[in-house]
Design a protein around this ligand. Structure first.
Ligand SMILES: [Zn+2]
Length: 467
Protein backbone atom coordinates (compact mmCIF):
# COMPACT_ATOMS: atom_id res chain seq x y z
CA UNK A 1 0.00 0.00 0.00
CA UNK A 2 1.26 3.48 -0.87
CA UNK A 3 0.49 6.84 0.75
CA UNK A 4 1.29 10.11 -1.02
CA UNK A 5 0.97 13.47 0.70
CA UNK A 6 -0.51 15.91 -1.81
CA UNK A 7 -1.12 18.81 0.57
CA UNK A 8 -0.92 19.99 4.19
CA UNK A 9 2.65 18.64 4.19
CA UNK A 10 4.81 21.05 6.19
CA UNK A 11 2.01 23.61 6.04
CA UNK A 12 -1.54 24.03 7.31
CA UNK A 13 -3.48 24.30 4.09
CA UNK A 14 -4.59 22.10 1.17
CA UNK A 15 -5.22 18.85 3.11
CA UNK A 16 -5.03 15.97 0.59
CA UNK A 17 -3.61 12.47 1.08
CA UNK A 18 -3.75 9.66 -1.47
CA UNK A 19 -3.97 5.99 -0.50
CA UNK A 20 -3.29 3.41 -3.21
CA UNK A 21 -3.62 -0.35 -2.97
CA UNK A 22 -3.15 -2.83 -5.81
CA UNK A 23 -6.56 -1.86 -7.19
CA UNK A 24 -8.05 0.98 -5.13
CA UNK A 25 -7.27 4.70 -5.00
CA UNK A 26 -8.80 6.75 -2.20
CA UNK A 27 -8.26 10.42 -1.47
CA UNK A 28 -8.46 11.59 2.15
CA UNK A 29 -9.71 15.21 2.05
CA UNK A 30 -9.55 17.46 -0.98
CA UNK A 31 -8.69 20.81 0.54
CA UNK A 32 -8.04 24.20 -0.94
CA UNK A 33 -4.57 25.70 -0.77
CA UNK A 34 -5.00 29.17 0.71
CA UNK A 35 -2.46 31.96 0.50
CA UNK A 36 -1.27 34.52 -2.05
CA UNK A 37 -3.74 34.58 -4.94
CA UNK A 38 -1.50 33.54 -7.86
CA UNK A 39 0.32 30.80 -5.97
CA UNK A 40 -2.83 29.26 -4.52
CA UNK A 41 -4.59 29.38 -7.87
CA UNK A 42 -1.67 27.52 -9.45
CA UNK A 43 -1.69 24.88 -6.70
CA UNK A 44 -5.46 24.44 -6.78
CA UNK A 45 -5.73 24.30 -10.57
CA UNK A 46 -4.08 20.91 -11.13
CA UNK A 47 -4.14 17.69 -9.19
CA UNK A 48 -1.17 15.39 -8.79
CA UNK A 49 -3.40 12.37 -9.14
CA UNK A 50 -5.84 11.69 -11.97
CA UNK A 51 -9.29 12.66 -10.64
CA UNK A 52 -10.92 10.11 -12.99
CA UNK A 53 -8.90 7.27 -11.48
CA UNK A 54 -10.06 7.81 -7.89
CA UNK A 55 -12.51 5.29 -6.40
CA UNK A 56 -13.68 7.53 -3.55
CA UNK A 57 -12.97 10.61 -1.45
CA UNK A 58 -13.27 10.56 2.33
CA UNK A 59 -13.83 13.96 3.93
CA UNK A 60 -12.83 14.72 7.54
CA UNK A 61 -14.75 17.99 7.93
CA UNK A 62 -16.17 20.97 6.08
CA UNK A 63 -13.47 23.62 6.51
CA UNK A 64 -12.41 24.92 3.10
CA UNK A 65 -8.78 23.83 3.54
CA UNK A 66 -10.11 20.24 3.78
CA UNK A 67 -13.01 20.19 1.28
CA UNK A 68 -12.61 23.34 -0.85
CA UNK A 69 -11.13 21.72 -3.96
CA UNK A 70 -13.68 18.89 -4.26
CA UNK A 71 -15.77 20.71 -6.90
CA UNK A 72 -12.58 21.19 -8.95
CA UNK A 73 -11.94 17.44 -8.65
CA UNK A 74 -15.48 16.85 -9.97
CA UNK A 75 -14.94 19.36 -12.79
CA UNK A 76 -11.84 17.41 -13.80
CA UNK A 77 -13.64 14.10 -14.03
CA UNK A 78 -13.99 12.56 -10.56
CA UNK A 79 -17.32 10.74 -10.39
CA UNK A 80 -16.91 8.47 -7.34
CA UNK A 81 -18.66 8.73 -3.97
CA UNK A 82 -17.67 11.24 -1.26
CA UNK A 83 -17.95 9.78 2.25
CA UNK A 84 -18.42 12.16 5.17
CA UNK A 85 -20.58 12.50 8.26
CA UNK A 86 -24.09 13.77 7.60
CA UNK A 87 -23.43 17.15 9.27
CA UNK A 88 -20.22 17.57 7.26
CA UNK A 89 -22.13 16.94 4.02
CA UNK A 90 -24.70 19.62 4.93
CA UNK A 91 -22.10 22.20 5.96
CA UNK A 92 -19.85 21.40 2.98
CA UNK A 93 -22.70 22.25 0.59
CA UNK A 94 -23.04 25.73 2.15
CA UNK A 95 -19.29 26.37 2.30
CA UNK A 96 -18.66 25.12 -1.25
CA UNK A 97 -21.48 27.18 -2.77
CA UNK A 98 -20.03 30.22 -1.03
CA UNK A 99 -16.56 29.33 -2.32
CA UNK A 100 -17.92 28.82 -5.87
CA UNK A 101 -19.33 32.35 -5.77
CA UNK A 102 -15.89 33.67 -4.80
CA UNK A 103 -14.23 31.65 -7.62
CA UNK A 104 -16.72 33.07 -10.14
CA UNK A 105 -16.17 36.64 -8.92
CA UNK A 106 -12.39 36.14 -8.92
CA UNK A 107 -12.45 34.95 -12.53
CA UNK A 108 -14.44 38.03 -13.62
CA UNK A 109 -12.02 40.29 -11.73
CA UNK A 110 -8.92 38.66 -13.24
CA UNK A 111 -10.38 38.72 -16.76
CA UNK A 112 -11.16 42.43 -16.42
CA UNK A 113 -7.66 43.12 -15.10
CA UNK A 114 -6.07 41.44 -18.14
CA UNK A 115 -8.17 43.69 -20.42
CA UNK A 116 -8.74 41.58 -23.50
CA UNK A 117 -5.08 40.62 -24.04
CA UNK A 118 -5.87 37.20 -22.73
CA UNK A 119 -8.72 34.69 -23.17
CA UNK A 120 -11.24 34.97 -20.29
CA UNK A 121 -10.04 33.37 -17.04
CA UNK A 122 -12.21 30.42 -16.05
CA UNK A 123 -13.31 30.04 -12.44
CA UNK A 124 -11.71 27.04 -10.68
CA UNK A 125 -15.30 25.82 -10.33
CA UNK A 126 -18.84 27.08 -10.41
CA UNK A 127 -22.05 26.62 -8.40
CA UNK A 128 -23.18 24.05 -10.99
CA UNK A 129 -20.09 21.94 -10.25
CA UNK A 130 -20.96 22.08 -6.54
CA UNK A 131 -24.58 21.10 -7.17
CA UNK A 132 -23.52 18.09 -9.26
CA UNK A 133 -20.83 17.10 -6.78
CA UNK A 134 -23.29 17.16 -3.86
CA UNK A 135 -25.21 14.26 -5.47
CA UNK A 136 -22.10 12.14 -4.96
CA UNK A 137 -22.07 12.53 -1.17
CA UNK A 138 -22.72 9.46 0.95
CA UNK A 139 -23.51 10.84 4.41
CA UNK A 140 -22.64 8.45 7.27
CA UNK A 141 -23.40 8.39 10.99
CA UNK A 142 -20.66 8.25 13.64
CA UNK A 143 -19.36 4.93 14.97
CA UNK A 144 -20.73 2.74 12.13
CA UNK A 145 -18.69 0.84 9.56
CA UNK A 146 -19.37 1.62 5.89
CA UNK A 147 -18.03 -0.22 2.84
CA UNK A 148 -16.56 1.94 0.11
CA UNK A 149 -17.63 -0.61 -2.50
CA UNK A 150 -19.63 -3.86 -2.69
CA UNK A 151 -16.57 -6.06 -2.22
CA UNK A 152 -15.91 -4.87 1.35
CA UNK A 153 -12.24 -4.33 0.47
CA UNK A 154 -12.18 -0.92 2.11
CA UNK A 155 -14.30 -0.05 5.14
CA UNK A 156 -14.44 3.27 6.98
CA UNK A 157 -15.75 4.44 10.32
CA UNK A 158 -16.05 8.01 11.67
CA UNK A 159 -15.38 9.01 15.28
CA UNK A 160 -16.01 12.52 16.70
CA UNK A 161 -12.96 14.80 16.35
CA UNK A 162 -14.43 17.69 18.39
CA UNK A 163 -13.07 20.34 16.01
CA UNK A 164 -16.19 21.74 14.30
CA UNK A 165 -19.74 20.43 13.87
CA UNK A 166 -19.58 17.12 11.97
CA UNK A 167 -15.77 16.83 12.15
CA UNK A 168 -14.48 13.27 12.25
CA UNK A 169 -11.47 11.09 12.79
CA UNK A 170 -11.50 8.47 10.02
CA UNK A 171 -10.59 4.82 10.59
CA UNK A 172 -9.99 2.82 7.42
CA UNK A 173 -9.62 -0.94 7.10
CA UNK A 174 -8.01 -1.88 3.81
CA UNK A 175 -7.76 -5.46 2.52
CA UNK A 176 -5.03 -5.82 -0.05
CA UNK A 177 -3.24 -8.93 -1.31
CA UNK A 178 -4.40 -11.06 1.60
CA UNK A 179 -3.46 -8.49 4.25
CA UNK A 180 -5.67 -6.13 6.23
CA UNK A 181 -4.22 -2.77 7.24
CA UNK A 182 -5.73 -0.20 9.57
CA UNK A 183 -5.22 3.48 8.79
CA UNK A 184 -6.34 6.30 11.09
CA UNK A 185 -6.58 9.89 9.84
CA UNK A 186 -7.27 12.47 12.55
CA UNK A 187 -8.35 15.31 10.23
CA UNK A 188 -8.24 18.36 12.50
CA UNK A 189 -8.50 17.48 16.19
CA UNK A 190 -10.45 19.71 18.55
CA UNK A 191 -9.94 20.53 22.21
CA UNK A 192 -11.51 19.15 25.32
CA UNK A 193 -14.18 21.12 27.23
CA UNK A 194 -15.02 23.54 24.45
CA UNK A 195 -18.54 24.97 24.15
CA UNK A 196 -21.13 23.15 21.97
CA UNK A 197 -18.93 20.30 20.75
CA UNK A 198 -18.28 16.91 22.23
CA UNK A 199 -14.63 16.20 23.10
CA UNK A 200 -12.38 14.46 20.57
CA UNK A 201 -12.52 10.69 21.03
CA UNK A 202 -9.31 8.62 21.32
CA UNK A 203 -8.98 5.73 18.85
CA UNK A 204 -8.28 2.73 21.04
CA UNK A 205 -8.01 -0.09 18.50
CA UNK A 206 -4.57 0.87 17.19
CA UNK A 207 -3.42 1.42 13.63
CA UNK A 208 -0.72 0.33 11.22
CA UNK A 209 -0.64 3.88 9.91
CA UNK A 210 -1.65 7.09 11.66
CA UNK A 211 -1.90 10.40 9.82
CA UNK A 212 -2.16 13.09 12.48
CA UNK A 213 -2.50 16.86 12.38
CA UNK A 214 0.12 19.02 14.12
CA UNK A 215 -1.16 22.61 13.79
CA UNK A 216 -0.33 23.53 17.40
CA UNK A 217 2.27 20.85 18.10
CA UNK A 218 4.54 23.39 19.77
CA UNK A 219 1.98 25.56 21.52
CA UNK A 220 -0.08 25.52 24.69
CA UNK A 221 -3.29 27.53 24.32
CA UNK A 222 -4.17 29.94 27.09
CA UNK A 223 -6.99 28.42 29.16
CA UNK A 224 -10.39 29.28 27.70
CA UNK A 225 -11.45 32.51 29.36
CA UNK A 226 -14.90 32.76 30.78
CA UNK A 227 -16.32 34.06 27.52
CA UNK A 228 -19.85 34.14 28.86
CA UNK A 229 -19.12 36.49 31.75
CA UNK A 230 -16.92 38.63 29.52
CA UNK A 231 -19.76 39.02 27.03
CA UNK A 232 -22.11 39.95 29.87
CA UNK A 233 -19.70 42.65 31.03
CA UNK A 234 -19.29 44.04 27.50
CA UNK A 235 -23.03 44.19 26.85
CA UNK A 236 -23.74 45.76 30.25
CA UNK A 237 -21.21 48.50 29.54
CA UNK A 238 -22.62 49.06 26.04
CA UNK A 239 -26.11 49.45 27.48
CA UNK A 240 -24.86 52.02 29.99
CA UNK A 241 -22.92 54.00 27.35
CA UNK A 242 -25.50 53.61 24.60
CA UNK A 243 -22.75 52.22 22.33
CA UNK A 244 -22.52 49.56 19.65
CA UNK A 245 -20.70 46.29 20.09
CA UNK A 246 -19.22 44.97 16.84
CA UNK A 247 -18.14 41.33 16.94
CA UNK A 248 -16.27 40.09 13.84
CA UNK A 249 -16.72 36.31 13.87
CA UNK A 250 -16.23 33.34 11.56
CA UNK A 251 -19.55 32.22 10.10
CA UNK A 252 -18.85 28.58 10.90
CA UNK A 253 -18.41 27.84 14.59
CA UNK A 254 -17.48 31.11 16.25
CA UNK A 255 -20.78 32.88 15.52
CA UNK A 256 -22.78 29.95 16.94
CA UNK A 257 -20.58 29.88 20.09
CA UNK A 258 -21.22 33.57 20.79
CA UNK A 259 -24.96 33.29 20.14
CA UNK A 260 -25.15 30.20 22.35
CA UNK A 261 -23.51 32.07 25.27
CA UNK A 262 -25.81 35.07 24.81
CA UNK A 263 -28.78 32.70 24.77
CA UNK A 264 -27.56 31.16 28.04
CA UNK A 265 -27.34 34.62 29.62
CA UNK A 266 -30.84 35.35 28.33
CA UNK A 267 -32.17 32.13 29.91
CA UNK A 268 -30.51 33.12 33.19
CA UNK A 269 -32.37 36.45 33.03
CA UNK A 270 -29.21 38.58 33.14
CA UNK A 271 -28.68 39.57 29.49
CA UNK A 272 -29.11 43.34 29.00
CA UNK A 273 -32.15 43.94 26.79
CA UNK A 274 -30.25 45.56 23.93
CA UNK A 275 -30.95 44.28 20.41
CA UNK A 276 -28.55 41.66 19.02
CA UNK A 277 -28.14 41.20 15.25
CA UNK A 278 -26.40 38.38 13.41
CA UNK A 279 -25.52 39.89 10.03
CA UNK A 280 -24.03 37.14 7.88
CA UNK A 281 -25.97 35.17 5.27
CA UNK A 282 -23.39 32.37 5.53
CA UNK A 283 -23.64 32.21 9.35
CA UNK A 284 -27.45 32.12 9.10
CA UNK A 285 -27.26 29.07 6.84
CA UNK A 286 -24.71 27.35 9.07
CA UNK A 287 -26.79 28.04 12.21
CA UNK A 288 -29.69 26.16 10.60
CA UNK A 289 -27.40 23.12 10.35
CA UNK A 290 -26.45 23.50 14.04
CA UNK A 291 -30.17 23.43 14.88
CA UNK A 292 -30.67 20.33 12.71
CA UNK A 293 -27.87 18.49 14.53
CA UNK A 294 -28.42 19.92 18.03
CA UNK A 295 -28.91 16.35 19.35
CA UNK A 296 -25.24 15.63 18.48
CA UNK A 297 -23.88 18.58 20.50
CA UNK A 298 -22.36 18.23 23.99
CA UNK A 299 -24.07 17.41 27.29
CA UNK A 300 -24.49 21.09 28.27
CA UNK A 301 -26.48 21.75 25.10
CA UNK A 302 -28.66 18.70 25.82
CA UNK A 303 -29.44 20.21 29.27
CA UNK A 304 -30.38 23.55 27.67
CA UNK A 305 -32.58 21.79 25.10
CA UNK A 306 -34.77 20.31 27.86
CA UNK A 307 -36.25 23.78 28.55
CA UNK A 308 -35.29 25.78 25.48
CA UNK A 309 -36.01 24.34 22.03
CA UNK A 310 -33.65 26.83 20.32
CA UNK A 311 -30.24 27.51 21.92
CA UNK A 312 -29.44 29.78 18.96
CA UNK A 313 -32.28 32.27 19.32
CA UNK A 314 -33.98 34.50 21.88
CA UNK A 315 -36.55 37.30 21.79
CA UNK A 316 -34.22 40.26 21.08
CA UNK A 317 -31.91 38.45 18.66
CA UNK A 318 -32.49 39.05 14.94
CA UNK A 319 -30.89 37.18 12.04
CA UNK A 320 -30.53 39.90 9.40
CA UNK A 321 -32.17 38.67 6.19
CA UNK A 322 -31.01 41.08 3.50
CA UNK A 323 -28.76 43.96 2.56
CA UNK A 324 -31.42 46.58 3.29
CA UNK A 325 -31.76 45.38 6.88
CA UNK A 326 -27.98 45.28 7.16
CA UNK A 327 -27.63 48.87 5.92
CA UNK A 328 -30.35 50.09 8.30
CA UNK A 329 -28.04 49.15 11.17
CA UNK A 330 -25.59 51.87 10.06
CA UNK A 331 -28.00 54.62 11.12
CA UNK A 332 -29.48 52.88 14.11
CA UNK A 333 -29.39 54.88 17.37
CA UNK A 334 -28.60 53.54 20.83
CA UNK A 335 -26.92 50.41 22.11
CA UNK A 336 -26.91 47.23 20.06
CA UNK A 337 -24.73 44.25 19.19
CA UNK A 338 -23.84 43.11 15.68
CA UNK A 339 -22.08 39.82 14.99
CA UNK A 340 -20.79 39.55 11.41
CA UNK A 341 -18.19 37.77 9.27
CA UNK A 342 -15.38 37.69 8.49
CA UNK A 343 -13.50 36.86 11.68
CA UNK A 344 -10.33 38.78 10.72
CA UNK A 345 -12.27 41.72 9.17
CA UNK A 346 -10.87 40.99 5.69
CA UNK A 347 -14.23 41.00 3.95
CA UNK A 348 -17.91 40.38 4.52
CA UNK A 349 -20.47 42.69 6.06
CA UNK A 350 -18.43 43.36 9.20
CA UNK A 351 -16.27 45.80 7.23
CA UNK A 352 -19.33 48.06 6.74
CA UNK A 353 -20.12 47.90 10.45
CA UNK A 354 -16.52 48.77 11.32
CA UNK A 355 -16.58 51.72 8.93
CA UNK A 356 -19.68 53.08 10.66
CA UNK A 357 -18.58 52.13 14.16
CA UNK A 358 -14.87 52.46 14.88
CA UNK A 359 -14.79 56.25 14.81
CA UNK A 360 -16.89 56.64 17.98
CA UNK A 361 -15.61 56.29 21.53
CA UNK A 362 -18.77 54.77 22.97
CA UNK A 363 -18.50 51.74 20.64
CA UNK A 364 -16.58 48.51 21.21
CA UNK A 365 -14.94 46.09 18.77
CA UNK A 366 -14.62 42.57 20.19
CA UNK A 367 -12.02 40.48 18.35
CA UNK A 368 -12.28 36.74 18.86
CA UNK A 369 -9.00 34.83 18.94
CA UNK A 370 -6.05 34.89 16.58
CA UNK A 371 -5.71 37.72 14.06
CA UNK A 372 -3.24 36.89 11.27
CA UNK A 373 -0.51 39.40 10.37
CA UNK A 374 -1.41 42.00 7.73
CA UNK A 375 -5.17 41.61 8.25
CA UNK A 376 -7.50 44.46 9.21
CA UNK A 377 -8.26 42.47 12.36
CA UNK A 378 -4.59 42.53 13.35
CA UNK A 379 -4.38 46.30 12.72
CA UNK A 380 -7.39 46.85 14.97
CA UNK A 381 -5.93 44.50 17.61
CA UNK A 382 -2.68 46.54 17.48
CA UNK A 383 -4.80 49.69 17.94
CA UNK A 384 -3.33 51.47 14.96
CA UNK A 385 -4.64 55.06 15.07
CA UNK A 386 -6.13 54.85 11.56
CA UNK A 387 -7.70 51.79 9.93
CA UNK A 388 -8.01 51.54 6.16
CA UNK A 389 -11.50 50.37 5.14
CA UNK A 390 -12.84 50.53 1.57
CA UNK A 391 -9.76 52.51 0.48
CA UNK A 392 -10.05 55.25 3.12
CA UNK A 393 -8.43 55.79 6.50
CA UNK A 394 -10.79 55.91 9.48
CA UNK A 395 -9.66 57.01 12.96
CA UNK A 396 -9.93 54.16 15.48
CA UNK A 397 -11.64 55.66 18.53
CA UNK A 398 -13.76 52.71 19.62
CA UNK A 399 -12.65 50.51 22.50
CA UNK A 400 -10.95 47.28 21.32
CA UNK A 401 -11.12 44.02 23.24
CA UNK A 402 -9.48 40.76 22.26
CA UNK A 403 -10.83 37.51 23.67
CA UNK A 404 -8.45 34.54 23.65
CA UNK A 405 -8.59 30.82 24.20
CA UNK A 406 -11.11 30.03 21.48
CA UNK A 407 -8.99 28.03 19.03
CA UNK A 408 -10.82 25.04 17.55
CA UNK A 409 -7.54 23.09 17.32
CA UNK A 410 -5.99 20.80 19.90
CA UNK A 411 -2.83 22.24 21.41
CA UNK A 412 0.20 20.15 22.33
CA UNK A 413 -1.37 19.19 25.68
CA UNK A 414 -4.55 17.93 23.98
CA UNK A 415 -2.53 16.07 21.34
CA UNK A 416 -0.39 14.41 24.01
CA UNK A 417 -3.54 13.42 25.92
CA UNK A 418 -5.10 11.97 22.73
CA UNK A 419 -1.98 9.91 21.96
CA UNK A 420 -1.73 8.60 25.53
CA UNK A 421 -5.40 7.63 25.69
CA UNK A 422 -5.31 6.03 22.23
CA UNK A 423 -2.22 3.92 22.94
CA UNK A 424 -3.09 2.66 26.43
CA UNK A 425 -3.87 -0.83 25.14
CA UNK A 426 -2.91 -0.69 21.48
CA UNK A 427 -0.27 0.95 19.35
CA UNK A 428 0.42 3.06 16.29
CA UNK A 429 2.85 1.72 13.67
CA UNK A 430 3.90 4.36 11.14
CA UNK A 431 3.00 7.87 12.26
CA UNK A 432 2.91 10.76 9.77
CA UNK A 433 2.54 14.31 11.05
CA UNK A 434 0.76 16.65 8.64
CA UNK A 435 -1.08 19.98 8.74
CA UNK A 436 1.60 21.86 10.69
CA UNK A 437 4.47 24.23 10.02
CA UNK A 438 7.82 22.34 10.25
CA UNK A 439 8.62 23.69 13.77
CA UNK A 440 5.28 22.65 15.10
CA UNK A 441 5.39 19.14 13.56
CA UNK A 442 8.98 18.58 14.79
CA UNK A 443 8.07 19.59 18.31
CA UNK A 444 5.03 17.27 18.33
CA UNK A 445 7.19 14.41 17.03
CA UNK A 446 9.37 14.61 20.15
CA UNK A 447 6.36 14.87 22.49
CA UNK A 448 4.62 11.75 21.16
CA UNK A 449 7.74 9.75 20.43
CA UNK A 450 7.11 7.26 23.27
CA UNK A 451 3.62 6.45 21.98
CA UNK A 452 4.83 5.42 18.51
CA UNK A 453 6.51 2.19 17.35
CA UNK A 454 8.84 4.08 15.00
CA UNK A 455 10.01 7.69 14.72
CA UNK A 456 7.17 9.92 13.54
CA UNK A 457 7.70 11.13 9.97
CA UNK A 458 7.02 14.65 8.70
CA UNK A 459 6.31 14.07 5.01
CA UNK A 460 7.20 16.58 2.30
CA UNK A 461 4.79 17.83 -0.36
CA UNK A 462 4.20 15.03 -2.93
CA UNK A 463 6.33 12.56 -0.99
CA UNK A 464 5.22 8.88 -1.15
CA UNK A 465 5.70 6.03 1.32
CA UNK A 466 5.18 2.27 0.98
CA UNK A 467 3.63 0.99 4.19
ZN1 LIG B 1 -10.44 22.54 10.34
Amino acid sequence: MKITFLGAAGEVTGSQHLIETSHRRILLDCGFFQGPRAESRRKNETFHCDPKSLDAVVLSHAHIDHCGNLPRLYRQGFRGPVFSTDATADIAEIMLLDSAKIQEEDAVYLTRKLRGNHPPIEPLYTSEDVERLMKKFEPCGFEEWHSLADDDEVRIRFTPAGHILGSAITELEVRDQGETKRIVFTGDLGRRDMPLLRDPVPVTSGADVLICESTYGSRVHPPPQDLKSQLLEILTEAEAKGGRVIIPAFALGRTQQVVYFLNDLFNEGVLPRIPVFVDSPLANRVTKIFRRYDHTLDADVQEVLKDDPDPFGFSHLTYVRNQRESMELNNREGAFVVIAASGMCEGGRVVHHLKHGITREENTVVLMGYQAPHTTGRRIADREPYIRLFGREHPLKAKVLQLEGLSAHADVTDLKWWFEESTRESHFGHVFLVHGEPDSATSLASVIHDQCDTDPVIPKYRESFEV
